[in-house]
Design a protein around this ligand. Structure first.
Ligand SMILES: Nc1nc2c(c(=O)[nH]1)N[C@H]1C(S)=C(S)[C@@H](COP(=O)(O)O)O[C@H]1N2
Ligand SMILES: [Mo]
Length: 369
């Protein structure tokens, strides 16, 4: 059996209803209706791979090395991590920086994700800060570099991806080395036995199959951490303009965003019936403040009710009941705003690699007389 068909067989048994992207690596996302819950079931959670899946590993033989700019390099087993450090569980949104890329026009390089490269799960593990502490990071350690065994599909000599975190985020209390997801063990497809959980940061920062953390005296420059990979331009760049990596900065906290999970596009209701619009809102470091819903292309807005959700890094359910909509086609828009006053854009400015698309979603349907 080929590698690709092995990977597809694994996906089909674990996540039978995902849309699989055409790519050398295994990448798959759920349709929006599978995201309609406070916590996304593992069967509905998207999968993003930059290379070939590593062989499934026995958690007992897994080792995590800590080295680089530390006084005392260390090697940990899973049992050692569990025994030595406090176990914590954090519900958090994991979103690929490329989620929604398929909407950019002109199209950009990279997988044309729909809206489904996002999910919210409970992540269980130990704090990265606690694990680094006994190794005593040196004062010059400003960045982590994360390493994993998965290889590039085109070149087995290359890492599939090797990302890192600025030391402030690495030491933040929400940043974990996780071995659990949704109260079970972390599945192989999601990076088990060990992965980084960096709530608020793009999925690329959530290194799967974590085997080594090397502290660095400079921004990490591993695979997919250089050039324009997972970076946004610091000035606006027009399609076709030559790209200078000096104009790009690493994506850190993700922007405020929302997803309408009810009704689904293509809905039909009678004009007498109230129409409940519901979904979820989330953001990176700056919390969500409010969600407003429009049924008239943004001429007027109704403030949605916003619930707490599962915690500060989880997505928050919103809903609003619309009444008295006139017959005919209707477009629903939800727009989230964070506490600093930044709202989702009604039209998304283009960027060369199609990252961080948080444009408002438009859901179209019919009001029947
Ligand atoms: N080792 C490794 N870690 C990785 C990746 C990868 O290809 N290899 N992909 C990253 C990207 S770009 C994303 S969006 C998330 C996806 O996590 P998931 O597959 O568990 O949904 O994992 C990140 N961690
Ligand atoms: Mo990603």
């Amino acid at each position: 059996m080929s590698r690709r068909s092995d990977e597809l067989a694994l996906l089909a048994s674990a996540k039978p209803r995902l849309h699989i992207h055409e790519d050398a690596a295994l990448n798959a996302e759920p349709p929006v209706e599978q995201l309609d819950s406070l916590l996304t079931p593992i069967a509905s959670f998207f999968i993003r791979n930059n290379g070939v899946l590593p062989e499934p590993a026995d958690p007992e033989s897994w080792r995590l090395t800590i080295d680089g700019e530390v006084e005392r390099p260390a090697e940990w087993t899973l049992a050692g991590l569990r025994q030595r450090f406090e176990t914590v569980t954090i519900p958090a949104v994991l979103e690929c920086a490329g989620n929604g890329r398929g909407q950019f026009s002109p199209a950009t390089d990279g997988l044309p994700w729909g809206l489904g490269a996002v999910g919210c799960a409970r992540w269980t593990g130990v704090r990265l800060a606690d694990v680094l502490e006994p190794s005593a990071p040196k004062p010059g350690a400003v960045y982590t570099g994360h390493h994993s065994p998965d290889r590039s599909a085109a070149n087995p000599d290359k890492d599939a991806i090797s990302r890192g975190l600025p030391i402030g985020k690495a030491l933040a209390p929400e940043t974990l080395i996780a071995f659990g997801m949704n109260d079970g063990p972390l599945p192989h497809l999601h990076g088990g036995p060990l992965r980084i959980v960096a709530p608020g940061y793009p999925g690329s920062a959530w290194q799967k199959w974590l085997s080594r953390i090397s502290l660095r005296t400079q921004e990490h420059d591993g695979e997919k951490m250089r050039g324009t990979d997972y970076r946004l331009p610091v000035r606006s760049i027009a399609p076709g303009e030559p790209l200078d990596p000096a104009d790009f900065a690493v994506i850190t906290d993700m922007p405020v965003k929302s997803l309408i999970t009810r009704p689904l596009s293509g809905f039909a209701v009678t004009s007498g019936e109230p129409l409940r619009v519901a979904g979820f809102a989330w953001s990176g470091a700056t919390p969500v403040a409010s969600v407003a819903v429009s049924a008239d292309d943004g001429l007027s807005w109704r403030e949605a009710e916003l619930e707490a959700g599962e915690g500060p890094f989880a997505w928050r359910p919103f809903s609003v009941e619309l009444k008295g909509l006139g017959p005919g086609p209707v477009t629903l828009i939800a727009r989230a705003t964070d506490i600093s006053g930044r709202s989702q854009p009604l039209a998304m400015p283009w960027n060369p690699r199609g990252y961080c698309n948080n444009v408002v979603q438009r859901v179209t349907g019919q009001i029947i007389p």
